[in-house]
Write a protein that binds this ligand. Structure first.
Ligand code: FES
Ligand code: FES
Length: 156
């Protein structure tokens, strides 16, 4: 039997009646969690990235039925973790955002990458960020921010 709830940032949330609704729509419109952004709507840009059971997922192309009974973690929860705080500080100090639209998705990606095992290299981080687009072309500053977190020891 399909579960009737989704765990969102540790809180059990009722499944919406429309199981085909995109997870991103539920997060933004039903739960008012606006950190995950709508970019392409097709799983191509990364603006909507969240973690589902700890793994990155494009919430724009994830129907809510597919996350029934599973754990969804959004940028709102991750920023208050020790690693999340360090990533935010690094992004700010490197002025990594221009318009900032891509940054919550990039933050979730960096959180996933940097909570894993190193060593981290610029080329390796760039490869992991390939599915997160930045229309402003701020990838160089984003990579410098990510490397600064990596060299100070990412796990935390
Ligand atoms: S909005 Fe989801 S990948 Fe672009
Ligand atoms: S800072 Fe504008 S899209 Fe990345």
């Amino acid at each position: 039997m399909q579960s009737e709830y989704i765990l969102v940032n540790g809180v059990a949330v009722d499944m919406p009646s429309d199981g085909d609704m995109a997870l991103l729509v539920m997060l933004r419109e039903t739960l008012a969690l606006k950190g995950s952004r709508f970019g392409c709507g097709q799983g191509l840009c990364g603006a909507c990235l969240v973690l589902v059971d700890g793994r990155p997922a494009f919430s724009c192309s994830t129907p809510v039925w597919s996350v029934a009974g599973r754990s969804v973690t959004t940028v709102e929860a991750l920023v208050s973790t020790p690693l999340g705080g360090r990533i935010v500080s690094a992004l700010l100090s490197h002025q990594a955002g221009q318009c900032g639209y891509c940054l919550s998705g990039i933050f979730v990606r960096l959180y996933d990458v940097l909570s894993g095992d190193g060593p981290f290299t610029r080329a390796g981080l760039a490869e992991r960020l390939e599915r997160n687009l930045c229309r402003c072309g701020a990838h160089d500053r984003i990579l410098r921010a990510a490397l600064s977190v990596a060299v100070e020891g990412a796990v935390g």
